[in-house]
Design a binder for this molecule. Structure first.
Ligand code: TYM
Length: 334
């Protein structure tokens, strides 16, 4: 903590068009912290290159992700919005923390196992050490709270372990962060395989609702969502498809699952899916409109990027010089 306020940090990879999983599990919660915390929201382009990216697309998505942050309600005057690769201390601390992270710990990360199965021809070292770079992101700003979806819980626990280990060796250096995983929306599932989480890199477009999909696309995808052979709109085991749709509906409306079950009682699956699709599309419409407006003003996005990088750099530099001193790196005197 460098100002009076405690710090919140979170990041999103610009590795694909963002989904309602990213929105409901993470981004839409970000602005709730803006008044009480110093919030850093980062577009983690360095994490994105652990999987091969097309350079032009990566650049475009980096702008888009920044614009989406703002379209989802993040005011750049109240939050530090920035791009990870613009602040070199992320890479610097990432390397240092690599040396305090165990091979065994990284080998146990389920995201590494999943991603290396999916990218068998490119299991690079960055994919493996991804979580220590993520720990660096968080620890650089002396973060107290990290709002993320369920799938990042394991990475967050590792970040805590790394912070504790470093503090034990060198004395208090890092704040040990806590995760903030929302009660609702922490795991939005695929519409085609509702046991799996919805993932922005899913090759099956019907499985994923993107924040920027048109209303027609959203409704079409919901209509095709996998359900079950029954006819009751209730949540529970064996009804993962319906449970996921009810979950999405309640996230957008603020209703409870029980209220939603009552509302749809007696309705057919087709009408139910249409209702969920319409609710989702209508709720996202203001985000899409604001996004289009922001993307038309690239100069403004560049100004936000540069303001955010400067602000982040100031605080990242303080932590990094503390770390350098503690581990025994020499200082340049001239
Ligand atoms: P990423 O880019 O995969 O996802 C961004 C955020 O969206 C959440 N999320 C979901 N929540 C609910 N349901 C889903 N289906 C779903 N899919 C994704 C993620 O949990 C995440 O909060 N490693 C991170 C990025 C990162 C980061 C950080 C996060 C890098 N450094 C430091 C926090 C702090 C990632 O790959 O997120």
């Amino acid at each position: 903590m460098y100002n009076d306020k405690k710090v919140v940090f979170s990041g999103v990879q610009p590795s694909g068009n963002l989904t309602i999983g990213n929105y409901l599990g993470a981004i839409r919660n970000f602005s709730t912290f803006s008044e009480d915390y110093h919030c850093y929201y980062c577009v983690v382009d360095m994490h994105a290159i652990t999987v091969r990216q097309n350079p032009a697309e990566l650049r475009r998505r980096t702008y888009e992700t920044l614009a989406l942050y703002m379209a989802c309600g993040l005011d750049p005057e109240k939050n530090t919005l920035f791009i990870q690769s613009h602040v070199p201390q992320h890479a610097e601390l990432g390397w240092v923390l690599d040396c305090y992270t165990m091979f065994g710990e990284l080998s146990r990360m389920t995201q590494f196992k999943d991603k290396s199965a999916k990218n068998a021809d490119n299991i690079n070292a960055g994919l493996f050490t991804y979580p220590s770079l993520m720990a660096a992101d968080i620890l650089l700003y002396q973060t107290e709270l990290v709002p993320v979806g369920q799938d990042q819980k394991q990475h967050l626990e590792l970040a805590r372990d790394i912070a504790n280990r470093f503090n034990q060796i060198y004395g208090e250096t890092f704040v040990v962060p806590d995760g903030y995983i929302p009660k609702e929306g922490a795991k939005i599932c695929s519409l085609q395989d509702p046991i799996k989480k919805m993932s922005k890199s899913d090759p099956n477009e019907n499985a994923v609702i993107r924040i920027l999909d048109s209303k027609d696309d959203i409704i079409r995808k919901f209509k095709r969502a996998v359900t079950d052979s029954g006819n009751e709109i209730i949540h529970g085991e064996g009804k993962e498809g319906i449970t996921n749709l009810l979950n999405i509906y309640t996230c957008f409306t603020g209703k409870t699952i029980e209220e939603a079950e009552k509302e749809f009682s007696g309705m057919g699956y087709g009408d139910f899916k249409l209702a969920v699709g319409e609710t989702c599309a209508d709720s996202l419409q203001p985000v899409r409109d604001e996004f289009a407006r922001l993307m038309a003003d690239k100069a403004y996005l560049e100004q936000v990027m540069s303001q955010g990088a400067q602000e982040a750099y100031k605080n990242a530099r303080r932590t990094m010089s503390k770390v350098r001193r503690k581990i025994g790196f020499t200082e340049l005197k001239h």
